[in-house]
Ligand binder design. Structure first.
Ligand SMILES: [Zn+2]
Length: 78
């Protein structure tokens, strides 16, 4: 079942990680998953009964990527 959250609610939600990055519904592997995925740290937060549990203790770490950090450059620098 896909996460069904109000887009406006999703907009104001932020990951509790230091980046406080926005969250996306589902996971990179399964957009229908009952999770919210942080766009910065990649943690997945379970959505229980339609309520996102934004606790680092409850978050699942993203699968360890084989590749190292990506050097895409930081638009904030320069
Ligand atoms: Zn995060």
């Amino acid at each position: 079942m896909a996460v069904r959250l109000d887009p406006q609610l999703l907009e104001i939600l932020a990951c509790p990680c230091p980046e406080h990055a926005p969250l996306r519904a589902g996971t990179p592997e399964d957009a229908q998953a009952d999770y919210l995925t942080c766009t910065a740290c990649g943690r997945r937060f379970p959505v229980r009964d339609g309520i996102p549990v934004l606790l680092l203790d409850e978050a699942e770490q993203p699968p360890t990527a084989a590749a190292g950090p990506r050097g895409d450059g930081d638009p904030a620098v320069g």
